[in-house]
Design a protein around this ligand. Structure first.
Ligand SMILES: NC(=O)C1=CN([C@@H]2O[C@H](COP(=O)(O)OP(=O)(O)OC[C@H]3O[C@@H](n4cnc5c(N)ncnc54)[C@H](OP(=O)(O)O)[C@@H]3O)[C@@H](O)[C@H]2O)C=CC1
Ligand SMILES: CC(C)(CO)C(=O)C(=O)O
Length: 307
């Protein structure tokens, strides 16, 4: 299969590597010049569970000309629209497009560029990190839950699911993936901004009663808004899932801490707590914790003069 990975950061590199290794033709698309130069010069340096140099093709999104069979979107949320604009010409009538970004509402952006029957939305618990330009850190295993928006459902994307499973990506076809996307958003909505704001690892933040009150209130706001939108969410099940994830990831700084505090980069807050606050305004549901956390993150971005 001919595949583009649109957004070759940590996750894009992981998926690109696994898909090419299993026999597909893969092109990585990215705009980070130092990363492009490193991969062109030396290949992708895989570290973590393995340590090897792996040759991969990488180019700027606007340089891609051949229509794709399959595109996986792996930008940060705030880069998604610009990426789709840059790759318009390689999205053909039969090109399937999968979005595995964290956060809410990406399908609305994708619909502007891709016909409904070719869109797949999903969520993944695979992880990856970038150590340096061209150097990715891959450890452990994961799974993907995805759903096709085609009226044919699973049948429309059988070849894609088979290709991803042959690459060891562990895809589960989910007939109702939206609650899983919201559940992951609750994980990010309770850990990412809070740890960035308190400069803490997940286990440190989750270590006080005050923090658990904040976590439960944020989840409550997500559930009120999601339920009003018709998403089937079980609040207690989500609280249990978030607590369990916090235990497993106790020793990690969430990606928003890495973006904002460690690397002084913009965050995905507007697509996590910010998305819930905006939906709340539209639905007439108060979401004061999500709104305040979004404002505090933007205030910190401004203090650090991040643009
Ligand atoms: N990392 C993880 O473990 C997981 C991430 N996700 C989600 O997947 C999506 C992609 O995340 P992820 O792969 O981690 O994103 P990364 O931050 O690794 O990369 C995203 C983009 O950011 C730019 N970039 C990254 N680092 C630098 C740098 N140091 N200097 C300049 N530009 C840089 C590049 O874009 P550009 O071409 O514009 O420069 C790159 O394509 C997000 O929605 C994330 O929330 C989901 C599950 C797990
Ligand atoms: C580690 C975890 C689960 C924390 O929210 C995550 O998804 C992230 O860092 O973005």
């Amino acid at each position: 299969m001919f595949i583009y990975i649109a957004g070759a950061g940590a996750m894009g590199c992981r998926f690109g590597y696994q898909l090419q290794k299993s026999g597909n033709e893969v092109i990585l698309l990215d705009n980070w010049q130092a990363h492009i130069d490193a991969i062109k010069a030396n290949g992708l340096h895989i570290t973590g569970d393995e340590d090897l140099m792996y040759p991969m093709t990488i180019m700027h999104p606007t340089e891609a000309t051949r229509e794709a069979d399959f595109i996986i979107l792996f930008t940060k949320a705030m880069q998604l629209k610009a990426m789709l604009t840059d790759i318009k010409s390689i999205i053909g009538a039969k090109t399937k497009v999968l979005c595995l970004l964290n956060g809410l509402g990406h399908e609305d952006t994708i619909r502007e560029f891709v016909p409904q029957e070719n869109i797949m939305m999903g969520v993944t618990v695979w992880t990856a990190g970038l150590k340096n330009p061209g150097v990715v850190f891959l450890q452990g295993k994961g799974t993907i839950n995805l759903q096709s928006f085609s009226s044919q459902g699973e049948a429309a994307v059988k070849d894609i699911v088979d290709t991803m499973n042959a690459a060891g990506l562990n895809v589960i076809y989910d007939n109702d993936v939206v609650p899983s996307i919201w559940r992951k958003a609750c994980v990010n909505g309770t850990m990412n901004s809070t740890c960035a704001l308190t400069d803490s690892k997940i286990g440190q933040f989750f270590g006080s009663e005050a923090a658990i009150r904040i976590v439960k209130t944020i989840i409550h706001e997500f559930v009120l808004v999601g339920t009003a939108e018709g998403v089937k969410l079980n609040e207690q099940e989500i609280v249990d899932y978030v607590m369990h994830t916090a235990e497993i990831a106790a020793n990690h700084y969430p990606s928003m801490h890495q973006d904002l505090i460690q690397n002084h980069r913009l965050t995905e807050i507007d697509y996590i707590n910010g998305a819930v606050a905006r939906k709340g305004v539209r639905l007439g549901i108060a979401t004061p914790y999500c709104q305040m956390i979004t404002d505090l993150i933007h205030a910190k971005e401004s203090i650090l003069e991040i643009k």
